[in-house]
Each structure stands twice: as C-alpha cells, then as structure tokens.
Design a protein around this ligand. Structure first.
Ligand code: HH2
Length: 297
C-alpha cells in the first residue's frame, strides 16, 4: 500500500490569491461551512438566525477553520431556488461581521447580484456551484481583481440536477473537460490563474457511483493544473455506504476528506472542522514521519 506521501499531493500552485489573503496550499486548508438557510440538507435551520450563525462561525474558527464559507441558499438535490433578495437578507448581517475577523471569507452563491453585494461588503472568495455561468458573473469577477474564485462542476439547477446524472462516457474525464472549458472562459474574461480553484462537485448531478469514481480517480483532476476544492461533508453517498443519516456522518466525512487530501485536494469544505483538523494533523505527521512543529495556526 502506498504511504500518504506517495500519492497525488503536489499542489499545482502553492498559493491561492483570495481577496485580502494569500493562502498557502502546501498542506490542505479547511473551509468551514456556515449555512444560513432553513433547509440545508444536514444542518438547515440550526443557525439561520444571525446570532446563532455567528456563534457557529466563531466555533469553527476556534476549531481551526482557515476559511469560512457562508451560504444563503440550499443547493441540495431538489432544493427550491430562493430570490436574490432573500439570499442576501440571510447573508448580509453575518457577512458584515465575519469580514472583520481576520480570516478569508467565502460566499457560496450562484447569483451575480449576490456576488456583487458580497464583494462590496468585503468577501474574499466567491464559491459558485455553477462556475460563474450566470449573466454578468464573469465580468464582475474580472472587475474585482483580488477576489478568489471556486468553479464547481454541476449540470442544470439544484432542483433538477439529479435528472442530469447520465454521463455517456467516463464521468471523471467529462468533469475534467468541462472544468477545463470553464477555466478557459474565466481566464479569457480576465480572472488570473492564481485566483482560481476547481471543484468536481461531489453530489451535484452525480450518482453515488459517479462520486466514488471521482474520489477513486481524483488524482487525474490534477492534470487541470489548478488547486482542487473538495466537498464530501455529510453527503448522501456517505449515507449510502454507512447507512447513517446526515447528522451522523462525521466519521465518514472525515475519512472521505482525508482520502481527498491524500489524493491532492488543497481545500476541504467541511461541517465538522475540529474532527477534520485533527485527522489532518495525524496525516501530516505520518507524511513527515515525525511529530509536527507548531505549524499553521
Ligand atoms: N456542496 C454544497 C454546497 N456548496 N460548494 C462547493 N464548492 N463544493 C461543494 O461540494 C458544495 C458547495 C452542499 O453542501 P451544504 O452547503 O452543506 O448543503 P446545502 O447546499 O443543502 O446548504
């Protein structure tokens, strides 16, 4: 069996330009999820009031999150779309506060209007599950010359995407080609390479078999030449494997995150920050073959 250091882990860029920050990616960074929605698939309604959201975000930072990712719309399979106004009303009070905390803040949105408001309020990263395909999104991100961007693969809309989980060929190669085209479009619009990370979109227009192929062969996505962001946290494929409901998928999520890290992921999007940070510490120590120094704070 290969050791952690033998597989996959050469980040194509050692840094991600993300708004006010240059994030070092020579070991994986943890993006903590802050869902401000009543209906997210694993934690909807738990912290949709601003005070509860801020307390949750604070806890994730204390547990070692390097980035906070705020979401004002659930993108789970079958989720109804919300209006830009509603999405912004959920995001604004929390974003206004967390941008003062001294760590990179990402906003998970597919709406250009919400992106624009978030960037004006100081968000560092736009995490778009539709890879800047909305009208005006490319031009907006080209104008905001510092902002980091995550481009994710999916098909269709969250409400209907599982109807499009019908890849004629090889899902890994299809995702790779699609991301390569999006990267070309985004760069042609004027977004510099060092601002971009890519995400194969685990659970977005994909069956469990597709998701597992993407983990099994994740190293192939390194050919794109960009850092990878991977989000396995609590997803239904892990429920299928373990038989557990979403709130009980922490161990499965940590296992998947660790495997993604080992296969070269640079950013891990997770709900369970403390457990993921611990697992990464063990992995890093095993990779080094010695106890760690007091590294990344
Ligand atoms: N997954 C979700 C949402 N946003 N963004 C990226 N880049 N990658 C992902 O895998 C990803 C994402 C879904 O998870 P969650 O936010 O917990 O659920 P919901 O969409 O129901 O709020």
């Amino acid at each position: 069996m290969s050791t952690p250091s033998q597989r996959g882990r050469q980040a194509p860029f050692s840094c991600w330009s993300a708004g006010r920050f240059q994030l070092t990616l020579d070991s994986p960074v943890v993006m903590g999820i802050v869902n401000l929605t009543p209906d997210s698939f694993s934690d909807g309604g738990q912290h949709d009031a601003p005070e509860a959201a801020l307390a949750h975000a604070q806890r994730l930072v204390e547990e070692g999150a390097h980035i906070l990712d705020l979401g004002g719309e659930s993108t789970r399979p079958g989720a109804p779309a919300v209006s830009a106004e509603q999405e912004w009303a959920r995001l604004a009070p929390v974003l206004a506060e967390v941008v003062r905390w001294g760590l990179p803040v990402s906003v998970d949105t597919r709406r250009t209007e919400v992106m624009a408001r978030a960037l004006d309020m100081g968000a560092d990263i736009i995490n778009d599950v539709q890879a800047l395909q909305a009208p005006g999104a490319l031009e907006l991100l080209a104008r905001h010359r510092q902002a980091g961007v995550c481009l994710m693969h999916m098909r269709g809309e969250p409400g209907t995407m599982q109807q499009h989980a019908d890849y004629t060929g090889d899902v890994v190669q299809e995702v790779l080609q699609w991301l390569a085209h999006r990267v070309q479009a985004v760069q042609a619009a004027g977004v510099q390479a060092q601002r971009i990370v890519l995400d194969p979109g685990i659970g977005f227009a994909k069956t469990a078999a597709h998701n597992l192929q993407l983990l099994h062969r994740q190293h192939e996505l390194q050919a794109l030449g960009f850092p990878l962001l991977i989000g396995w946290s609590r997803k239904s494929t892990l429920g299928l494997i373990t038989g557990r409901p979403a709130p009980q998928r922490q161990a499965a999520s940590v296992a998947a995150a660790l495997l993604a890290a080992q296969a070269g992921a640079s950013v891990l999007r997770v709900h369970d920050v403390a457990a993921t940070v611990d697992a990464l510490k063990v992995w890093r120590a095993a990779t080094l073959g010695k106890p760690p120094e007091q590294d990344r704070q």
